[in-house]
Design a protein around this ligand. Structure first.
Ligand SMILES: *[C@@H]1O[C@H](CO)[C@@H](O)[C@H](O)[C@H]1NC(C)=O
Length: 355
C-alpha cells in the first residue's frame, strides 16, 4: 500500500513537472512570437509629430480646428490630421500604450518617458536649410533631444535598465518629404546647385550619419519610413494630376535609401534595419481607392488649405463630412483612416522583421 502510494505520488509529481516545463516552453514560444517592445521612438517630420511644434515658435502647427476633429474629445493636439497618426497606431498595435506623446510636452510623466516619445517636428527635413525655411526643429536637434532623453531615462531607471530599454526599443524615422516638397521644388537654395540625384546623395549622407549616431546610443531596431509619391500630394498636383517628375525624385530617394540600408548593415553589427514602404501603400490608395473604402484621392478633406503650406485654414467651414472617405486630410497630410490602414500594414509586414 505504502509503496503503491509513493508510486502514485511520484507519477503525479512527474505530471506536474511535465506540466510546468510545458507551460514554460509554451510561455517562451508565446513571448518569442509576441516579443514585448519596451519603448517606441519616432524621429522626423509631420508624419510623426504628435505635438512637438505646439511648444516651439513656428507657424507650422496643427493645434487648431479642423485638426483633431475626430480625435479623442475632438481636441486639436498638433497632430496634422483629423485624428491619430501612424506612431499612435503603432504603439497601440505593439501593446506599448494608446498614444505616442511628444517629447516637448512639459506635462510628460515618468511612465510616458519610459515607454517612448516622438521627437518629430512638422516641417523639418534632413537638410538644415529645410528646417530653417520652416522655422522648426532641425533633424540633428531631434537627435540631440534623444541624447538628453537618454540622460533623463538613466536618471529614472538606472544605467542597466535604460540600456536594456534602448537596445530593445524600436526607432522609426520618417523624413525627406519637406526637403523635396518644400525646399528643393520651391526655393533655389539647393535646386540651383544640385541635380535631384546629387541632392538625394547629399540627404542620404546626412541620414546615414544620424543612423550611426543612434546606433552608438544603443539603437538596434530601426525602421525607416520611405517617401510617399510626392507628386501625388494634393499640394504638388498639377490640374489634379500627379506630377511625374516629383514622383521620380521620391522613387529615386527611396531606392537610394534601400541601398543605404544595405551599406549600413555590415558596418553596424547587430542592427536590424528595414525600410517601411509608405510609398507603395499610398500609391495603392490612389490607384485602388475602393479597396480601402476611399472615394477621394486628389484633394484633402479640408478644402480650404493654405496655398503655401497645404495646411487647413483655421476654423474652415468647408471641411468634408466624412474624412474616412478621403486619403488626404489637408493637401499634404493623410486622414486618420489612411494612417490607420498604413500602420496596420506595417505591423503585419515590416515591423515583424524588427521584433
Ligand atoms: C547642420 O547644422 C548643424 C548645427 O549647426 C551642424 O552641426 C551640421 O554639420 C549641419 N549639417 C550639414 C549637413 O551641414
Amino acid at each position: 500500500m505504502e509503496r503503491s502510494g509513493s508510486l502514485i505520488s511520484a507519477s503525479t509529481l512527474g505530471t506536474i513537472l511535465l506540466m510546468i516545463s510545458f507551460f514554460q516552453t509554451w510561455k517562451f514560444i508565446a513571448e518569442a512570437k509576441n516579443v514585448p517592445v519596451p519603448a517606441v521612438f519616432f524621429f522626423g517630420d509631420s508624419y510623426g509629430d504628435t505635438g512637438n511644434n505646439d511648444y516651439i515658435s513656428t507657424s507650422i502647427k496643427g493645434n487648431f480646428p479642423p485638426y483633431g476633429r475626430d480625435f479623442i474629445h475632438h481636441i486639436p493636439t498638433g497632430r496634422l490630421s483629423n485624428g491619430k497618426l501612424i506612431p499612435d497606431y503603432i504603439v497601440e498595435g505593439l501593446g506599448v500604450k494608446d498614444l505616442l506623446p511628444p517629447y516637448l510636452d512639459p506635462k510628460l510623466q515618468d511612465s510616458d518617458l519610459i515607454t517612448g516619445v516622438s521627437f518629430d517636428s512638422a516641417g523639418t527635413g534632413l537638410d538644415n536649410i529645410t528646417s530653417t525655411i520652416q522655422e522648426v526643429i532641425p533633424f540633428w536637434k531631434e537627435v540631440e533631444y534623444f541624447k538628453e532623453y537618454k540622460t533623463r531615462l538613466i536618471g529614472l531607471v538606472g544605467d542597466e535598465r535604460a540600456n536594456m530599454i534602448l537596445s530593445e526599443a524600436i526607432y522609426f524615422i520618417v523624413i525627406g518629404t519637406n526637403d523635396f516638397a518644400v525646399n528643393y521644388y520651391n526655393y533655389p537654395f539647393r535646386s540651383a546647385h544640385y541635380t535631384v540625384s546629387q541632392y538625394t546623395d547629399f540627404l542620404l549622407q546626412i541620414y546615414a550619419s544620424h543612423i550611426k549616431e543612434l546606433y552608438s546610443l544603443n539603437a538596434r531596431k530601426i525602421g525607416l519610413i520611405n517617401l510617399p509619391p510626392l507628386g501625388c500630394l494634393p499640394i504638388k498636383r498639377s490640374k489634379g494630376e500627379c506630377v511625374e517628375e516629383i514622383n521620380q525624385a521620391a522613387s529615386g530617394f527611396n531606392e537610394g535609401m534601400n541601398a543605404m540600408i544595405e551599406h549600413l548593415k555590415p558596418v553596424l553589427p547587430g542592427l536590424k534595419i528595414v525600410s517601411l514602404d509608405y510609398h507603395a501603400v499610398i500609391l495603392d490608395f490612389i490607384q485602388n481607392p475602393g479597396k480601402f473604402g476611399f472615394q477621394v484621392t486628389a484633394n484633402g478633406c479640408c478644402f480650404a488649405t493654405d496655398t503655401e503650406t497645404g495646411f487647413c485654414k483655421k476654423f474652415t467651414p468647408f471641411t468634408c463630412a466624412d474624412a474616412d472617405k478621403y486619403v488626404f486630410f489637408d493637401s499634404v497630410h493623410l486622414s486618420q483612416k489612411a494612417y490607420q490602414v498604413i500602420a496596420n500594414i506595417f505591423l503585419r509586414r515590416e515591423i515583424l522583421r524588427l521584433l
